[in-house]
Structures are given as structure tokens and as C-alpha cells.
Write a protein that binds this ligand. Structure first.
Ligand code: T4K
Length: 373
């Protein structure tokens, strides 16, 4: 047992208890606990305004949001998707009875490579499900052009893209649907939770029905499911929302410390950070580094763990290699997933700990740096 504080890759923000309690008092007054209660409605209204989008449908998690997105768009066959993501991106496609067709990623952004999408389109392709991985915006304009040309639907898994701005507006305004995750490990959370975001009234109406068993009153319209979330989760979301700016600011400070400390290694190409368009307003959700070899990553992870510090291999393995799928080749993603590591990043992470993480990383990086000069 190591006698050192446990430093995980992330730690949830918790709001001042009295702010959460004030919302709980309202639940005790109304005794509405679930089924689209007043706090869920208030949260959805505040999120619409905060995110600058037309419809936000609060869900029980980000995975059901992806599944309902697929259902609402009536997709049944092939979905072109990225292999570099959390496993839920792929499993949601499988759970909806569709086939994931993997297109390799752009080594610079780590998002789906738009240059490779057209070659993967078949008569069975119905949609593109891309991920703004680590909050890095996908090549949305090019994806839109391809989707128009081949009459495909576009779903953005925006689980990491809460509050991301691109070209002067929310990144969530692209595609037919974007989905969010409000899981405890996210920058903004509702303990468990997620959302479907769309600017299309018809889609919003259908998702709303699908989320709640497919009926309203005595009218049963479609075969829905239970994707609802509760008043308690909405209360956490309402309590956390006013603190997002301060959470982001603290994460930004840590990010800048890492950036400065690793500048030399980035220059020497011992490590790389995913690049994003200049117009991006970032949310500081992750601090990913891509090392020049798997060995450096493993050495650093092992050394950090001796100090009870746990960086995480988001995202490993590359999803095209999942054993329950028909093998498909995506060499860039396979290589990146061997070498990508997220360092601890959260608002309450002490700057002393950040310095320790930097010292450990640089001890290893300098060895490789010396070898290259
Ligand atoms: N699409 C994408 C691109 C996603 O990244 C995700 C989820 C989804 C879709 C699906 O959304 P959800 O259905 O989950 O809403 C985590 C999260 O469970 C998952 O939400 C997230 N992405 C994924 C990237 O990461 P793990 O396996 O890394 O979580 P875990 O439990 O190991 O937590 C990491 C560290 O955080 C722990 O070492 C300690 C700390 N922690 C965690 C929790 C849950 C806390 O301090 N408190 C906590 O309550 O998956």
C-alpha cells in the first residue's frame, strides 16, 4: 500500500452542498422525482441557453443518447465511424443493430480523417458518426459536404465537447444530432447523464418520444425506451452549471503548466498534442499527449504509478480491433492508441502535484530527447 494521496486522471467537481440542498428542498416540496419534472425542464432550458442550441434533451447517460440518435434518424444499416474513441461510440451502433464501418483518423487531430470517408461509402451506408475526440473539433465542413453528396445523416458524438466553440458558434450546431455525456468524469456532470442536441424540431420531438417509452397520454406512437433522467441528477446539473467557468479556468492553468513544461519535447517531436483549428474555444476536458513510442508511455505510466498517480490510456485499444467485431484495418488509430496518454487534469489538482507529474514525465522524455540530438 503506497502512503501517498491517490491522484486519478480526473476527479469530479462537487458544488457547495447548500447549493445542491436548495434544489433538493424543491424536490421535497413537489415530490416529483422523475418523468420530466420541473428541474429537468429548468436544466434543459438553461443548457439550451448556455450551449447556444435549439433543443437539449436530457438523458440518463451519453450512451443512450447515441442510441436514440441512431433510432431517431431511422438508421438501420452501415454507419461510418471513428476507431479512436471510447467504446460506447461503437457499442451504441451495435446495440442499434447497425454495422460500424471504421474509417481511420487524421494523425494531427485524432478525429476521423475526412479524406478517407468517401472510399468507405457503400450502398448500405446511411450515416457518419464522428467524435470530437478530447474536444477537438472534427472537420465538420468537409463531413457536411460528403454527407450532402451521398445523402447521409451525421451524428456527432460530442461527449467531450461541452462548451466547445468553433468559428464563432457552438460546435454542437453541426450535423443532424450531437450527443453529450454528463458522466461524473466529465468537465460538466450530472453524476450520470447525457443529452441529445439538435436544431431540428421533428427530430427533437421524436427523441423526446423515444426517451419516454414512445407515448404521450393515451397515445402510443413508437416503440420507445426509458432514457429519462431524474430530478436529483438535474439538481446536480443545475448546481454545477454556474461553476463551469471557474472549473475551466483552473483546468486551463494546469494545461498551461503542462504545455510550458513539455514545449521542448514537442519541439523535438518526442511528444505531440492533437492540433485544433485556430477558431476553437477549448474546454480543457483532457490533457492528451501522443508519445513517439509505446515504451516511453509505459515507462512514464509505471513511474507515475509508484507515486500513486494514474494517467489513463484514453483511448486504448483502437476500436477496430475489438475482438467481437470483424477485423478492419486502421493503422493510424492503432498506432495512436498505443501511444496516447491522458495526464491528470481536474480543477482541484494541486499545482504541487502537477509539478511532480511534470518532473516524472520530463525525466523520461529528456532521455529520449538526448538520444535524438
Ligand atoms: N462517447 C464518448 C466519446 C465517451 O467518452 C463516452 C464516455 C461516451 C460516449 C458515453 O457516455 P456515458 O454513457 O458514460 O455518459 C469513463 C467514463 O465512465 C465514461 O463516461 C467516459 N466516456 C470515459 C472516457 O471515461 P472510465 O472507465 O475511465 O472511468 P473510471 O471509473 O475509471 O474513472 C476514472 C477516474 O475518475 C477514476 O480513477 C477515479 C475518478 N472518479 C471516477 C468516478 C466515476 C472519481 O473520482 N469519482 C467518480 O465518481 O470511464
Amino acid at each position: 500500500m503506497i502512503d501517498k494521496p491517490f491522484i486519478p486522471v480526473t476527479k469530479p467537481y462537487l458544488p457547495p452542498k447548500e447549493e445542491y440542498q436548495a434544489y433538493l428542498d424543491r424536490i421535497w416540496q413537489t415530490t416529483m422525482l422523475s418523468n420530466n419534472g420541473p428541474l429537468v425542464q429548468e436544466l434543459e432550458a438553461k443548457l439550451r441557453e448556455y450551449l447556444g442550441v435549439k433543443h437539449v434533451l436530457f438523458m440518463s447517460n451519453g450512451t443512450i443518447a447515441l442510441q436514440l440518435a441512431i433510432r431517431a434518424l431511422d438508421i438501420k444499416k452501415e454507419i461510418i465511424t471513428t476507431p479512436f474513441s471510447y467504446v460506447a461510440t461503437t457499442t451504441s451502433i451495435i446495440w442499434e443493430g447497425c454495422t460500424p464501418v471504421f474509417v481511420d483518423i487524421d494523425p494531427k487531430t485524432l478525429c476521423i480523417d475526412p479524406e478517407k470517408i468517401e472510399a468507405a461509402i457503400t450502398p448500405c451506408t446511411e450515416a457518419i458518426m464522428a467524435v470530437h475526440v478530447y474536444g477537438v473539433p472534427c472537420a465538420v465542413e468537409r463531413i457536411e459536404r460528403i454527407a450532402k453528396k451521398y445523402n447521409l445523416k451525421v451524428i456527432y458524438d460530442a461527449a467531450h465537447a461541452f462548451g466547445i466553440g468553433y468559428e464563432g458558434q457552438s460546435i454542437l450546431n453541426w450535423g443532424d444530432i450531437s450527443t453529450l455525456s454528463f458522466h461524473a468524469t466529465k468537465l460538466y456532470h450530472t453524476v450520470e447523464g447525457g443529452a441529445v442536441v439538435t436544431n431540428n424540431d421533428e427530430i427533437a420531438k421524436k427523441v423526446s418520444l423515444l426517451r419516454s417509452f414512445g407515448y404521450v397520454g393515451d397515445e402510443y406512437y413508437i416503440a420507445g425506451i426509458n432514457g429519462k433522467n431524474t430530478e436529483f441528477h438535474a439538481a446536480m446539473g443545475l448546481s454545477n452549471l454556474p461553476h463551469v467557468a471557474e472549473i475551466k479556468e483552473k483546468r486551463k492553468i494546469v494545461t498551461q503548466m503542462y504545455d510550458e513544461a513539455f514545449a521542448l519535447s514537442i519541439k523535438a517531436s518526442t511528444i505531440r498534442k492533437p492540433t485544433m483549428p485556430e477558431s476553437t474555444i477549448y474546454n480543457y476536458i483532457y490533457y492528451p499527449l501522443v508519445f513517439s513510442s509505446k515504451q516511453i508511455l509505459e515507462d512514464i505510466m509505471a513511474d507515475l504509478s509508484t507515486q500513486n498517480i494514474f494517467a489513463r490510456r484514453y483511448f486504448y485499444p483502437s476500436l477496430n480491433t475489438l475482438t467481437y467485431l470483424t477485423p478492419q484495418s486502421c493503422p493510424v488509430s492503432e498506432s495512436m492508441s498505443q501511444r496516447a496518454l491522458c495526464l491528470p487534469l481536474y480543477d482541484s489538482l494541486s499545482l504541487e502535484t502537477v509539478k511532480m507529474i511534470i518532473t516524472i514525465c520530463n525525466k523520461h522524455l529528456s532521455k529520449y530527447y538526448e538520444k535524438t540530438i
